[in-house]
Ligand binder design. Structure first.
Ligand code: FES
Ligand code: FES
Length: 159
């Protein structure tokens, strides 16, 4: 039986202390914490479906070991909507029909959310380039790109 260690970190803005195994991934830890909206596709760091934000930077939860969370801040897609109001990216994905099976959606949302937070004036070309980081098997990417750019345009008006 593997030894466990205690890890304390911020999870979606709340303090959290849990026992984890040395090679437990953050993707598996999230499920253990009943946060099931971060899908695991390839489990090899390729598809991006498991993208979460670690200290506001997008990372693959399937490649991150839970002990690495010590003292850090982790955000998942569950953190985007506030008080029943969808994040502007979620609104735009809905309006542009950018969700088909939805498996890739949390990863794209978190990737784009980090980009808009880091640079609210980010250009459309940069967003297009960024969206190549993750894979989608359903949409052909057009609707996802339109949705992200629509949200970015609305976000620019707020800064
Ligand atoms: S499941 Fe993590 S990158 Fe594919
Ligand atoms: S909507 Fe199905 S994988 Fe992207």
């Amino acid at each position: 039986m593997s030894e466990t260690e205690r890890v304390s970190f911020q999870l979606n803005g709340s303090s959290c202390t849990v026992s984890v195994e040395p090679r437990q991934t953050v993707a598996d830890l999230l499920r253990a914490q009943r946060l099931s909206a971060t899908p695991v596709g390839c489990d090899q760091g390729i598809c991006g479906s498991c993208t979460v934000l670690l200290d506001d930077e997008p990372v693959r939860a399937c490649l991150l070991f839970a002990p690495q969370l010590q003292g850090r801040s982790l955000r998942t897609v569950e953190s985007l909507a506030k008080g029943g109001t969808l994040h502007l990216l979620q609104q735009a994905f809905d309006e542009e029909d950018a969700v088909q099976c939805g498996f890739c959606t949390p990863g794209f949302l978190m990737l784009a959310a980090a980009a808009l937070e880091h640079d609210p004036l980010i250009e459309d070309d940069a967003l297009d380039a960024l969206m190549t980081s993750n894979l989608c098997r359903c949409t052909g990417y057009g609707a996802i790109r339109r949705a992200v750019k629509k949200a970015a345009k609305r976000h620019r008006r707020t800064v």
